[in-house]
Design a protein around this ligand. Structure first.
Ligand code: MN
Length: 257
């Protein structure tokens, strides 16, 4: 197996006797499918977040920031909106430290859903705390009365890495979120939006691979965009690996359509 991919995880806090780590399998499956070796990164106590993030990042070739609860708005200097949902300050502290350090050290990052929000906050951006009440409901970003998650179109910006991956100006993606980026962090650019203006993807054009998507590619494993995202993420992780004695060597960026 190829590059080691650190995968952040959730913690179950309700109806369990102790804090319990949890991770949906599709993240693991997609990393394996793309040839990576998944390594789940448990959330340490906040006092250890920065040290643990640095130590873990010295052992991985790429970082996958996964979905989950709302980021606490104190991380971007706001008071909670009435529609704010569950938060986990322990996970926030660790993932923000990981995202900052991975960005600084040019370690490839794929950030999914909450992960994209964490990445934006970690680099100095802010979030829309509740899309239905703060943006509107002209586009459904979350399940409706039928219980099914909606799909919606995204418009992909020219000249972005995502545009190369998608191979066209539009794509159909799933949607399971009620938050997204508001003020975009310095150094990041928006690479896709929905018709209501909601940010659906972010990237850093100066970084080897720092890509955030607001949808869940891992829940559409056969989708060509999913395969392209994980394949290019893995190629960047492989290219950046410095592990002695490994077979990994720098390779050109994979162009996937
Ligand atoms: Mn959406």
């Amino acid at each position: 197996l190829g590059p080691v991919i650190g995968i952040t995880c959730d913690a179950i806090l309700k109806n369990v006797p102790v804090r319990r780590h949890a991770l949906n399998d599709p993240y693991v499956a997609c990393v394996l499918e793309a040839g990576g070796l998944p390594m789940i990164l448990p959330n340490p106590a906040p006092a250890l977040a920065t040290k643990a993030a640095a130590a873990y990042l010295s052992k991985v070739d790429g970082l996958l920031l996964t979905g989950g609860d709302d980021v606490d708005p104190s991380n971007y200097g706001q008071e909670p909106h009435p529609r704010l949902e569950d938060r986990d300050p322990v996970r926030d502290a660790f993932e923000i430290a990981l995202a900052r350090a991975a960005h600084k050290r040019a370690i490839p990052v794929l950030a999914i859903c909450r992960g994209m929000q964490v990445a934006n906050v970690a680099l100095g951006g802010s979030l829309i705390q509740d899309i239905p009440s703060q943006v509107g409901e002209s586009v459904r970003h979350r399940k409706g009365p039928d219980g099914n998650p909606p799909s919606h179109e995204i418009a992909v910006e020219d000249g972005t890495r995502l545009r190369e991956l998608v191979g066209g100006p539009r794509a159909l993606v799933n949607s399971y979120h009620h938050q997204t980026a508001d003020r975009v962090a310095p150094g990041l650019r928006v690479s896709a939006r929905t018709a209501d203006g909601v940010v659906e993807a972010l990237e850093d054009p100066e970084h080897p691979f720092f890509v955030g998507v607001q949808w869940h590619p891992e829940r559409a494993a056969e989708d060509p965009v999913t395969r392209g995202l994980f394949r290019e993420f893995m190629a960047a992780a492989r290219a950046g690996s410095t592990e002695p004695g490994s077979e990994r060597k720098p390779s050109p960026t994979v162009r996937f359509r």
